[in-house]
Ligand binder design. Sequence first.
Ligand SMILES: [Zn+2]
Length: 468
Amino acid sequence: MQIKLQFLGAARNVTGSRHLVEANGARILVDCGFYQERQFAERNWEPLAVPPNTIDAVLLTHAHLDHCGLLPKLVRDGFKGRIYCTAATAEIVQIILLDSAHIQEEDAKYKRKRHKREGRKGPYPEVPLYTAADAEACFPLFSKVKYRQSVDLGSDLETTFYDAGHVLGSSIIRVKVRHGGQERIILFSGDIGRPDRPIVCDPTVFDAADYVFIESTYGDRVHQGPEDTKKEIAEVINSTKKAGGKIIVPSFALERSQEVLYYINELLLEDAIPRLTVFLDSPMAASITKVFKHHPELFDEEMTEFMDRHESPFNFPGLKIVQSTKESKAINRIRGTIMVIAGSGMCTGGRVKHHLVNNITEPRNTIMFVGYQATGTLGRLIVEGKKEVRILGQQYPVRARIARINGFSAHADRDELFEWLTELKTPPKKLFVVHGEDKSAQHFGDYVRRKTGWDVIVPTYKDHVTLD
Ligand SMILES: [Zn+2]
């Protein structure tokens, strides 16, 4: 038995997940993610460590850009195999990749213009990393898999997907390698959700695996708890209503926007907040919400019960889906308390920037943050309490109330990750800690080693390991 692993991303950093498995003469790539951290952006442009046409299949854990965002490049560069993922993931990935291609095309255009004006050349080519046509070329390659149904990959390799409870359709992937009468199980955690979150199910646990990859986004942190997310949202809405202001919610299009709608609907049904108009001002979030509606089989018990009693948690009196830019601009002219949910989640682009420009200087308004704000983003500056911020090229004083709703994390914390691992009845031969900042990954690796004595590896970019 010989299995070779290569860590091609999310190794001592969070984004760009790509893990290469070589066994029985076949090559399988688990995830093909985009690097979102600025300092690693050049890795998006580098050729893959092995020629894409030598890869037999891609297994996709979920639809976040840092797990699927380099598929168009892989396919353009020669990959011809199948891309296995759940049906919900396949549907959401298409929306995400087209949006990403659009951003790449806009970026290249903008850079060309700017470099021409400044008479210089940038570090990367002034062409899009990939185009909408490159993204579309991936779509026929998707093979949809169901949770808990094994798929034969050929070469005595087999894979099974299990619910990861992170975002709709997200998976933990199990790969079985058979050779010379023996078999080995490799488990890829993907991103692991948290127990008891709305909409999606709790993460699946496992009692055996030979080799395990585990994410460590929050490997050095323990979430505060118990948080009462719904109560916090109600407080923001009620106090802003009293002040006569507006509520702007910078939000991620996948999962977070739907969770916010879910909570607001519940609060309305409980009469905990007054009726108000809520604008979902993100065409991408609206498209993704439609995918949620196609897949009620993926909802957890609470959500299924909710669906039995009420029509849809993503639809309530007062909810308005905004498509065109013209409609989006018209929101500014509305008086009185309204809520606007718009992307991007960290205020790095999208329509939320315009809503911030129009609302951040008014003390009656509230900017309500519901997601992680990475270092260096506009969102981070605002939550850190900057008195003045630059938006769309101009300085604005921050006078609106800044609220942060805790309890929205889609990632398990250190204790939850550890609990998930220790469901294994026998220690794995090796544990690989990936998908975490250096500090977080190392902390989690040390923690597991100290508590269990397991063989723990915290790989770095392009590391190889040969397993038996
Ligand atoms: Zn994710």
